[in-house]
Design a binder for this molecule. Structure first.
Ligand code: ADP
Ligand code: MG
Length: 227
């Protein structure tokens, strides 16, 4: 579903240019659960943002579900993103003045679904992540793990084929991190592709394939067996 061929990306600031991704070749199939590891600054977020059509690349080709992702207009990119991809971030990115249900319902607003129906669907997804009883609570009344579960429900509510998570457990303690990873594993059982950026080995161990980025290049790509 994800296919990158010789993808390069540089950031230019003033007269300086920083070559962040160097000839990256990467194939990820439907239903895989992949971790991307690497030290800070190795290009993990840049790679994830390109895969998520949040950022552009300079050369090479990126196909998502057979569509070449290149030179898309903002509008086309947004449409493609909303239809195909759900996002989960380290900092949860919930809207503070909306309750859990309204946060989960938000992506459906852009699909012209009535408020009543949006909220009904949002409750179903809150139930899936074990938070139905917390629907009317605002983010500041939720623990870190609960916030991330709300964010995961929000990522799922549009029924994406792909979930991209950038350090989803980066702000959580290890017990809560484990719970979030267990939830992501359950989601993966529904044939949803997951790509998870992390720098923690314990987290990567919960995925079935782990890719190591070093200085903008893929250094290793390993299938992890879970006995
Ligand atoms: P990681 O997620 O692995 O820590 P990033 O992909 O965020 O790495 O960043 C890779 C490199 O690119 C870093 O040196 C970072 O400072 C730089 N970088 C990231 N985003 C930008 C940007 N928008 N403008 C300039 N430099 C950037
Ligand atoms: Mg990063």
């Amino acid at each position: 579903m994800i296919s990158l061929k010789k993808v390069n990306k540089s950031y230019r600031t003033g007269t300086h240019s920083l070559h962040v991704l160097k000839d990256v070749d990467l194939e990820i199939g439907q239903g895989e659960m992949v971790s991307i590891m690497g030290s800070s600054g190795s290009g993990k977020s840049t790679l994830l943002n390109i895969v998520g059509i949040l950022d552009s690349y300079d050369s090479g080709d990126y196909h998502l579900n057979g569509t070449l992702v290149k030179n898309l207009t903002e509008r086309k990119a947004a449409q493609f993103r909303n239809r195909t991809i759900g996002f989960v971030f380290q900092s949860f990115n919930l809207v503070g003045f909306k309750n859990a249900m309204e946060n989960v319902a938000l992506p459906l607003y852009y699909q012209n679904i009535s408020r009543k129906k949006r909220n009904k669907i949002a409750l179903e997804y809150l139930d899936k992540v074990g938070l139905k009883d917390w629907a009317t609570h605002h983010p500041n009344e939720l623990s870190g793990g609960q916030k991330q579960r709300v964010a995961i429900a929000r990522a799922l509510v549009t029924q994406p084929k792909l979930i991209l998570a950038d350090e989803p457990t980066g702000a959580l303690d290890s017990k809560t991190s484990n719970e979030v990873m267990n939830l992501l594993q359950v989601i993966n059982q529904d044939d949803i592709t997951l790509v998870i950026v992390t720098h923690e080995h314990d987290i990567a161990q919960k995925t079935s394939r782990s890719i190591q980025l070093v200085d903008g290049q893929i250094d290793s790509d390993k299938i992890l067996s879970h006995v």
